[in-house]
Design a protein around this ligand. Structure first.
Ligand code: NAD
Length: 389
């Protein structure tokens, strides 16, 4: 069939297998142009099919010859419905990794469940013995608690007072005002349960108790801080409380792993276009303005550049991992530079529907959004019939 993008809100309900494979291929090619890293040798990546998790899997495999086991929640193609992008990405990744002589296997299921944790442990035992790196890169709107069965839903709300600011519909280019009522304690509880540190802690404890964490194993989860512009909705909002919880968990897990020489990090990454960030009000407008400035200043990075830096310049540096005062790895250093943020803030004040195209990189945003689903990649013939399976 001919596969076209079908956009519904901030998601695309179709994905192109050849385009997704090309996207993976391009990320692999990028890593191959970088110096090799003395990095992980056996890595478990939880949330490995898209965004940061896919990029770190590629960086570990092709930058450090790591065997990788990926966990994710994706849908295969059924009849004439395409698979999700993360499914195609993972098929393409495994094919490329195996062709390069690298171990690559994936587990598709709910990472929050005990069953998937048990299946992961079995696979590690059988195939790898132990892992020396565990990356936790889940982004999910919901979590079913494995012990109580309670279903939690995360919400994106400010706290304390109502929020009102600009946002963009990145498909139409219409800049409008968004107004959000503040969340309450229950919203915080729900969001922390989904995006906080409890499940990461469960993973590390379960893996360790099963004896599948190598001596000195490291683990990392991802956080975001961002500028004043997004503070009320992000870092000071319900999701920020979940990130606070994740960061506290990193300290607890570091204490837990210290006896075996291991460490747990939180890495504060930069804002990039992913399926998760597209869903947050205000953030796509901020990213569009940010991309324009960072591209103009030759500082632009996507997931793959960030994840290469995470391994090469941060976690596997021979002279120790540089962290901020709170013990966090900072990959958002370029985004947060004062000269970058001053320019973004200036453009934020004047941006509207009429000047959006000239002040921001909305075109770049749109094309990155479509690329996530395998559309708009150079060299892919979208008029050719493809089998979605
Ligand atoms: P993403 O949506 O691209 O990836 C999410 C991954 O989680 C996918 O592999 C998906 O299959 C998997 N997943 C979701 N629910 C699952 C479940 N129940 N079981 C198994 N797998 C499941 O997201 P992303 O933007 O790469 O986010 C990853 C992390 O990076 C998050 O913690 C996010 O907050 C953080 N982060 C993102 C940005 C950004 O701008 N996108 C910036 C800084 C930090």
């Amino acid at each position: 069939m001919i596969i076209q993008p079908k956009i519904r809100g901030f998601i695309c309900t179709t994905a192109h297998p050849v385009g997704c494979a090309k996207n993976v291929q391009e990320q692999i090619e990028y890593i191959k142009t970088q110096p090799q890293v003395e990095g992980p040798k056996k890595a478990l990546i939880i949330g490995a099919s898209t965004g940061y998790g896919l990029a770190v899997r590629i960086a570990a495999a092709f930058g450090s010859h790591a065997a990788t086991l990926g966990v994710f929640f994706e849908k295969p193609a059924i009849d004439n419905r395409t698979a999700t992008a993360g499914w195609y990405n993972s098929v393409a990744f495994e094919k490329e990794a195996r062709a390069a002589g690298l171990y690559a296997r994936s587990i598709n299921g709910d990472a929050f469940s005990d069953a998937v944790k048990a299946q992961t442990i079995e696979t590690i035992r059988k195939d790898l013995g132990q892992v020396d790196l565990v990356v936790y890169s889940l982004a999910s709107p919901r979590r079913t608690h494995p012990k109580t069965g309670e279903v939690f839903s995360s919400v994106l709300k400010p706290l304390g007072k109502p929020f009102r600011d600009k946002t963009v519909n990145f498909h139409t280019g219409i800049v409008s005002e968004v107004a959000l009522d503040p969340g309450n304690d229950e919203d915080i509880r729900q969001t922390v349960a989904v995006m906080g540190g409890e499940d990461w802690e469960m993973w590390i404890h379960t893996l360790n108790e099963a004896g599948v964490l190598a001596q000195g194993a490291q683990t990392v989860a991802f956080s975001y801080i961002g500028p004043e512009l997004t503070k009320a909705i992000y870092r000071d909002g319900t999701i920020g409380r979940a990130k606070d919880d994740l960061e506290v968990t990193a300290h607890q897990l570091s204490d837990y792993l210290a006896g075996s020489g291991g460490h747990a990090y939180v890495s504060v990454n930069k804002a990039v276009v992913t399926q998760s960030s597209s869903a947050i009000p205000v953030v796509p407008l901020y990213i569009s303005l940010l991309f324009r400035i960072m591209k103009e200043m030759n500082l632009h990075e996507g997931c793959i550049e960030q994840m290469y830096r995470l391994l090469a310049e941060k976690m596997y540096r021979t002279d120790g991992t540089p962290v901020d005062g709170e013990g966090r790895i900072r990959l958002d250093d370029l985004e947060m530079r004062a000269d970058v943020q001053d320019k973004v803030a200036m453009n934020w004040r004047s941006v509207d529907t009429d000047n959006l195209a000239s002040l921001s990189d909305i075109e770049g945003y749109r094309s990155e959004f479509l690329r996530m689903f395998g559309f708009g990649l150079v060299g892919v013939d979208y008029e050719v019939d493809v089998d979605p399976r």
